[in-house]
Design a protein around this ligand. Structure first.
Ligand code: NIG
Ligand code: FE
Length: 388
């Protein structure tokens, strides 16, 4: 069955060969979806026939958002911690342990239902690909369980055994790294595609992080790194050195960090929800973009530092607070996320791509930033199937 979506005031393809600029924008556009893939995109006046027609009524379309960084497998709630922060208590990595305790107590069905609810919430806001990390189990069994649960809801599963050192290890970080790179990895590697580490004061230092990422890579997992979130540190340079797919957060950067990112293949994934919810200074996207770094935007959805699934919110904040243009932010939230996940099939609307398509109740993608907080998502197709 093929479907012609026509009557699009504008279409972001993210393919410069199909339209204007880096976003490849086509005005008065149409898209043909055949099965799970895009068969054609171009001016409506030139559209081929299809089995069915959907008239978009002058709305804008863009690729589904690719949220390449989220922590969805958790139980419990950190409302009180958030409220305390808003009256001045600083955010620290240690809050993660509150969620670890609640997650360990939860049953499998509860965890799975929570992930399903968050994935559905993200989908209603236009997210058609979402990555999901473990990291709130921190025992062999609990990490394996988190990855299994994540894998029920997404293909992009990340082993984050090295999130923090759990309380039963006291200050013996090296002993915990031994577990994470040994028996825990053995158990978890078959359940994940990626390996991640929280390289930060209060979590894992540069050497410990390198050990975690290299052990994961030796088991076939591709590295991504929580880097330079709360302060300066070795995370970003380590990510580039190891050829990580992405260095995430990038809030505190030196010139050497920016140069490293500009010289390598590692995507800088910025997570404005975290700075919003921890009342921290935002990362300087402008500086990265001007240096030629590939930038992605993601939610970092988690109960501690960023409890949002909304990519439109991240786009709006990135434009207002981080020096991004609306075009740059929309690219970062779609094709940028795809780059961070090394996916060629998503993040663009071009022949052969997976048919992940979002229709906005607006004539242009710029409205995502221009109309902050407004529910603009009118319809979503994922793999050619209408899901919203
Ligand atoms: O990406 N930085 C490490 N992990 C999460 C926070 C997790 C938490 O506070 O529960 C993050 O911000
Ligand atoms: Fe995170």
């Amino acid at each position: 069955m093929s479907l012609l979506v026509t009557g699009l005031a504008s279409l972001v393809t993210n393919d410069p060969s199909l339209g204007e600029g880096r976003l490849g924008v086509i005005r008065d556009a149409a898209v043909v979806v055949d099965g799970a893939s895009v068969a054609w995109a171009g001016p409506a006046s030139a559209a081929p026939a299809a089995d069915r027609v959907h008239d978009a009524g002058g709305r804008a379309a863009l690729p589904g958002f690719v949220d390449s960084h989220a922590h969805l497998v958790f139980a419990g709630d950190r409302t009180a911690e958030f409220a305390a922060r808003m009256s001045g208590t600083p955010y620290t990595a240690g809050g993660i342990r509150t969620t670890v305790a609640a997650t360990r107590r939860a049953g499998d069905a509860e965890l799975s239902a929570r992930v399903a609810a968050l994935v559905a919430e993200a989908l209603r806001q236009g997210t058609t690909v979402i990555e999901c990390k473990s990291g709130y189990g921190l025992t062999v069994e609990d990490e394996a369980r988190a990855l299994r649960v994540a894998g029920e809801h997404t293909d992009e599963v990340t082993y984050l055994g090295a999130h923090v050192v759990p309380p039963e290890f006291g200050a013996d970080t090296d002993a915990y790294v031994h577990l994470v790179t040994g028996p825990m990895l053995e158990r978890c590697a078959p359940l994940a595609r990626w390996v991640d580490v929280f390289c930060e004061r209060g979590a894992f230092d540069g050497d410990q992080s390198r050990a975690v990422l290299k052990a994961g890579a030796a088991r076939g997992l591709v590295p991504r790194v929580h880097a330079n979130q709360l302060g300066h540190g070795p995370g970003v340079r380590l990510a580039v050195e190891l050829g990580a797919a992405s260095a995430d957060h990038c809030t505190h950067l030196t010139g050497a960090d920016v140069d490293a990112l500009a010289s390598g293949e590692t995507v800088a994934t910025l997570l404005p929800g975290a700075e919003f919810s921890t009342r921290a200074p935002y990362p300087d996207a402008r500086r990265l973009l001007d240096a030629g770094v590939t930038v992605a935007l993601s939610t970092d959805c988690n109960p501690g530092s960023s409890f949002t699934t909304s990519m439109p919110f991240c786009v709006a904040v990135a434009v207002r607070e981080m020096g991004m243009t609306p075009d740059e932010a929309v690219w970062a939230a779609t094709l940028g996320g795809a780059r961070a996940l090394r996916r060629a099939d998503v993040g663009r609307i071009a022949p052969g791509a997976r048919a992940d398509l979002v229709l906005l109740d607006a004539p242009s993608h710029v409205h995502l930033a221009y109309r902050p907080g407004v529910p603009l998502i009118h319809a979503v197709w994922r793999g050619g199937e209408r899901v919203v």
